[in-house]
Design a protein around this ligand. Sequence first.
Ligand code: NAD
Ligand code: WQD
Length: 344
Amino acid sequence: MKKKILVTGGTGYIGSHTVVELQVAGYEVIIVDNLSNSIREVIDGIEKISGIRPAFYEVDCNDKPSLQNIFIEHRGIKGIIHFAASKAVGESVHKPLEYYRNNIVTLLNLLELMPEYNVEGIVFSSSCTVYGQPDILPVTEDAPIKPALSPYGNTKQINEEIIRDTIHAGLPFKSIILRYFNPIGAHPSAEIGELPNGVPQNLVPFVTQTAMGIRQELSVFGDDYDTPDGSCIRDYINVVDLAKAHVISIDRMLENKSDDKLEIFNLGTGRGVSVLELINAFEKSTGVKVPYKIVGRREGDIEKVWANPEYANKILGWTAKETVEETLVTAWNWQKRLRERGIQ
Ligand code: NAD
Ligand code: WQD
């Protein structure tokens, strides 16, 4: 019998790609998503790629009784991947309580329900944002956690602490915390991808929308940083590569491959790419120009951060495979598909 995995936020960007990979690997997936930042049609895309339509519940993870009903209806859920969260850094500064409630209460509900339904493990979506500006690059998992620069970032730190304390208290489950660097791109089929809400805050959707003519011009936030070309450096990771690391993490927990009840991994490529390099790579690999101008720095931006992924490479046996150039082509193909569908 297929093992059942509950995926919260499973119609979202990273969640949908992970659902595909889980189903391809032979897991039965149950998605719970309140569609606050995604659309129901994503399930059609998942089905087209994997040939399997996952169970779907339009439920808010803050609503514990409804969440509980899902555990009752699908007895034997073995693992959870918890993607559901609000993720707009700027918005979190203006709506801190919304962010603290949505990103913390949802996790508490799941952790409280897990022992009751004998769920063996939870994979949690954390972020490189917990490192702030690291003192040493590339950054390893044991680098100090820096004070958060936004309520959003703080929720990720608090979530990690909640999981750590819960495991330490001896509750009967395991957890793997995955710290993502900058996920980009889309599924190569262009059936699923990122659906930014309104004006994109993140670089790659802004690049593809500018290339499409939806936005007039990309603003590059600063060229006076202490980096080779003066623009900020990040570690851009292909979303399908990222999704695959979740399947490996679930396998690892359910097959008891580790004695540690809590493990933390960086998920990045190990390669730092500047904003200007990324624009250049996009233009080269797609042949499409991206009009841009240099403007002032964006408040709160980290100058440079990229992962040391060696621990994940060694322990999980996972490595990011796709190059940034290949990944930008998938982002562009997705943008074109959105245009065909009349979405953006
Ligand atoms: P996303 O917004 O595309 O997906 C999140 C999904 O969760 C959405 O479908 C949304 O509708 C749903 N959701 C939100 N609150 C919910 C609730 N209370 N109940 C049920 N569903 C709810 O975001 P994403 O980029 O796929 O991110 C997934 C996770 O990864 C998030 O936890 C995010 O903080 C984390 N993360 C993302 C990035 C990134 O750059 N995209 C980087 C690091 C970490
Ligand atoms: C990347 C680079 C910008 C837009 C955010 C969150 C972080 C994590 C990932 C969830 C930066 C520059 C951007 C634009 C630009 N998410 N840029 N013009 O800032 O690394 O991280 O997403 O956990 O928490 O903070 O990603 O895509 O916003 O920016 O020049 O229009 O692109 O300055 O250097 P960031 P990003």
